[in-house]
Write a protein that binds this ligand. Structure first.
Ligand code: NAP
Length: 355
């Protein structure tokens, strides 16, 4: 609709948009499919080739289908349906996973293969392993009006391009959550971020979808997805590897896993709190900030003797700590060089340089 005071001809772009909006409001389609026919990919088909996929009403969530009833597909299915975004269809090749999904989510259609989902829904969510996404997209072809997204953090939306036809959209929806357990993941979605890609219209829908499950959508800079995902892998899997190394050293000190988590957990939480409050650089503490080379040597000796599997990880972290301490001005360049030499020698498994 035009606003009062706007005169036709002042702004052709605005006039065209207003006219289109008025025509749409009057139910007039400027690019109509012939009566009784429907679009199928780029082509228009006659009515005897029925076009079955369902359409949501105005203001309603899209009709959703999920391909993959694994960790992410199932948790998203649960979270979305609880949020009033019903899941119409799911596809999983595994009967056990199909039954599990059905036991948690009220779903109308259940398929073994992904293809029939395209005959049913408006928004197709591919929640399958990263390596499977491109090939799967290449085997599917959307209908006009449909959108397809994947949940991979590493892949860009463009890998879905082979499934596109005229009038379709692609995007991605990557929740920054570790999907180890369905209920814990559904809870963790609250307050999490979801990285989204897609053109403005689809991105708006995906932002609403993120909000529906309690999360906040973030749009990534184009081409940055691999770096964003590598950081996520360090924050989740990398952190678990660090915890495992901490627990291994805890065992040397006589602690079991629960004991290590009880003792070092508060230290970890305190460090995270410091980093949030003061910044990462200011949160660094320990021998590397003091140039305490005697302590560093003692650590490396005990690691070599009692936990050689932790040595590489300790050294890699320490090299980074020395750089941070030097940048912060806590460590003089000579002290930093000395520490780097000790660390490099430890990594080469060679004798330390004579001080
Ligand atoms: N796990 C996480 O913490 C996490 C977090 C954020 C994003 N993601 C992303 O979400 C996606 C799914 O991860 P996930 O952890 O849910 O994986 P998953 O638990 O292994 O589940 C993958 C699902 O895809 C189906 N599948 C496997 N190969 C297939 C194929 N060739 N054709 C069709 N379906 C196939 C599986 O098999 P069936 O058909 O046999 O059921 C299963 O249902 C990945 O892109 C991952 O990077 C994961």
């Amino acid at each position: 609709m035009r606003a009062w005071g706007d005169l036709p001809g002042d702004d052709p772009e605005r006039d065209r948009a207003a006219t289109e909006a008025e025509l749409a409001a009057a139910g007039i389609d400027l690019d109509p499919t012939p009566p009784g026919a429907h679009r199928h990919g780029d082509e228009t088909h006659p009515s005897d080739h029925a076009h079955p996929h369902l359409h949501s009403g105005p203001g309603e969530p899209p009709v959703i289908g999920i391909v993959g009833a694994g960790a992410v597909g199932t948790a998203l299915g649960v979270a979305l349906s609880r949020a009033g975004w019903p899941i119409h269809a799911v596809a999983s090749r595994d009967p056990g996973r199909r039954d599990h999904f059905r036991s948690l989510v009220e779903v109308t259609r259940v398929f073994a293969d992904p293809e029939p989902i395209l005959d049913e829904v408006e928004l197709i969510i591919l929640a399958v392993p990263d390596d499977v996404v491109p090939g799967l997209a290449g085997s599917l072809r959307m209908y006009s009006g449909q959108a397809m997204i994947h949940t991979s953090g590493a892949l860009g939306a463009e890998v879905l391009a082979p499934a596109m036809a005229a009038g379709t959209q692609i995007g991605s929806f990557h929740p920054l959550v570790a999907f180890a357990d369905t209920e814990r993941a559904v809870a963790a979605l609250h307050g999490a971020t979801v990285a989204i890609e897609g053109d403005d219209q689809l991105a708006g829908l995906l932002a609403d979808m993120a909000e529906a499950v309690g999360a906040t959508a973030v749009r990534l800079a184009p081409g940055s997805k691999a770096a964003y995902h590598a950081a996520a892998v360090l924050a989740a899997g990398g952190f678990v590897a660090l915890l495992d190394a901490i627990a291994e050293l805890g065992r040397v000190a006589g602690l079991d896993e629960a004991g290590s988590l009880a003792i070092y957990g508060p230290l970890i939480e305190g460090t995270l709190g410091n980093a949030r409050a003061l910044g990462i650089r200011a949160a660094l503490t320990g021998p590397m900030t003091r140039g305490d080379i005697g302590t560093l040597r003692a650590h490396l000796d005990t690691l070599r003797e009692h936990a050689p599997g932790v040595l590489d990880l300790y050294v890699a972290a320490a090299v980074r700590e020395v750089a941070l301490a030097e940048e912060r001005g806590a460590l003089a360049p000579e002290a930093a060089t000395k520490m780097r030499d000790v660390l490099a020698a430890a990594l080469r498994r060679s004798p330390e340089p004579v001080p």
